[in-house]
Design a protein. Sequence first.
Length: 136
Amino acid sequence: MLKNSYLKFGAMIGSLPALILPLSVSAGATAAPGQGLNASQGSLTTIKEGAGITAGASDLPTLIGRIIGVLLGVMGIILVIYIVLAGITYMTAGGDDAKVKKAKAMIQTSVVGIIIIVAAYSISSFVISQIITATA
């Protein structure tokens, strides 16, 4: 019974990208007939300026800061998923002490991980901003 519900949950979560991906692909703008690549380049330039992306290569400290921010964001998402799985394990323990202990350990590990990620983000943000200020 429990295995069946996990399979159904996994199938629902697994099918979400297949349902959402066509929506994001069909949202692209198309050029008017006869305009070709020039219209596409203009659209990309408009999107780039709207997103605040500067032309050319950015300096190294800014690039490193962006990479660190993306990596820490991905780790945060993974930890949120881990906490949700721990909550599901806790709720479906059914009085089994081993599963309850496992779920509590997962939650405790996730909270420690989130604290480490927040500390790493604040430290790296401070260091990168100081490097940018010192080199400017």
